[in-house]
Design a protein around this ligand. Structure first.
Ligand code: ATP
Length: 314
């Protein structure tokens, strides 16, 4: 794995022999170590690194059912391959499944779902697809028609997070693994610093207090400084953390009366699509002030939320 994750672009090597096997021609220069390495050795080093991350962090136990969040994009396609390969090679004893969320974005997700269907056959992993339309009654295309291009990422991010949890629950999975890599984690650290909300986003496993913990095996061993600084953040003991309960409407984990997805849906279904956009910490989730603040910041374009895409912790 390179610093940026599974698929960061390596630099081309310059006609030297691979420094690992000393036999084949080097195909790339690893940005992390500046070593010139051939294709075969790179695959093997990369897979060993992921195996070490999994072992060092005790990510799985034999017999666990693990859902691989598969978007059909590059990172999760590599993740599906590596998980099935390492499971076989090192006898992890895991029951692996592919889990895809169809957000209902014509011309985008329908294409990438075809990739996941190919992975299902190629790696022999059963595939479960959950859709926004079935779970929420809305596709992203319909949401964009209602809310416009601005802020629609909030819906997509909140709904996807919950859809993955719901899909994993349908699969009776013990764990959910995602293809988030070092770049994704570093980006989240930076955005959360701006929001004064840090630490949790750098954990390799999150949600252990909920029904299905999430793991990110692509978080590399040689962690970027920015991730380390996030890990070193401590939450002051005097800081009141939100208490985790359940949404009184759908039963999903929530620190408010209504979870974020139900709040967003409430807005969509009432014809007030901006209702749930923004943060509602310490409120019952249907707070007039939040609603007003959102409308205000929408007008001024001043909130961080309006500039970000989706949720900031994963
Ligand atoms: N529609 C989806 N269905 C299933 N899993 C998803 C979906 N979208 C994202 N994920 C999971 O979340 C991870 C991060 O997704 P994101 O889109 O932020 O990053 P990415 O680097 O583009 O990932 P990828 O290359 O795998 O699409 C993915 O690697 C995947 O594990």
């Amino acid at each position: 794995m390179e610093e940026g994750g599974a698929t960061a672009k390596p630099r081309r090597a310059t006609g030297r022999l691979c420094c690992t096997c000393n036999q084949r021609k080097a195909a790339l220069k690893r940005p992390k170590t500046l070593e010139q390495i051939c294709r075969e050795c790179f695959y093997s080093v990369f897979e060993d690194e992921i195996h070490n991350v999994i072992m060092d962090n005790n990510l799985f136990k034999p017999g666990e059912r693990v859902a691989v969040a598969a978007s059909g994009g590059k990172d999760s396609t590599v993740l599906a391959y590596v998980m099935s390969e390492l499971n076989r090679r090192h006898n992890y004893g895991l029951d692996l499944y592919l889990l895809s969320v169809d957000e209902g974005i014509t011309g985008y997700r329908d294409d990438s779902l075809e990739t996941v269907k190919r992975n299902e056959i190629e790696y022999g992993l059963p595939l479960k697809v959950v859709s926004y339309k079935d779970l929420y009654g809305w596709t992203m295309d319909e949401i964009v028609k209602t809310i416009g291009l601005k802020n629609n990422c909030t819906f997509c991010g909140v709904f996807r997070r919950q859809a993955l949890d719901r899909g994993a629950a349908l699969l009776k999975a013990d764990k959910l693994v995602t293809g988030h890599n070092a770049d994704d984690i570093a980006e989240t650290v930076l955005l959360n610093i701006l929001r004064g909300d840090i630490a949790r986003c750098t954990f390799i496993t999150t949600g252990e207090d909920g029904p299905i913990p999430r793991c990110k095996p692509f978080k590399p061993r040689a962690i970027l400084d920015i991730i380390r600084s996030g890990e070193n953040f401590r939450t002051a003991t005097s800081t009141k953390m939100p208490e985790q309960g359940t949404c009184e409407r759908c039963g999903y984990i929530s620190s408010q009366k209504l979870c974020k997805a139900c709040l967003l849906l409430e807005g969509l279904n009432r014809g007030l699509p901006k209702l749930g956009i923004g943060r509602a910490r310490g409120t019952n989730g249907l707070n007039k002030h939040v609603e007003q603040r959102n409308l205000r910041s929408e007008r001024t374009g001043s909130s961080i939320e309006s500039k970000q895409c989706g949720t900031l912790d994963f």
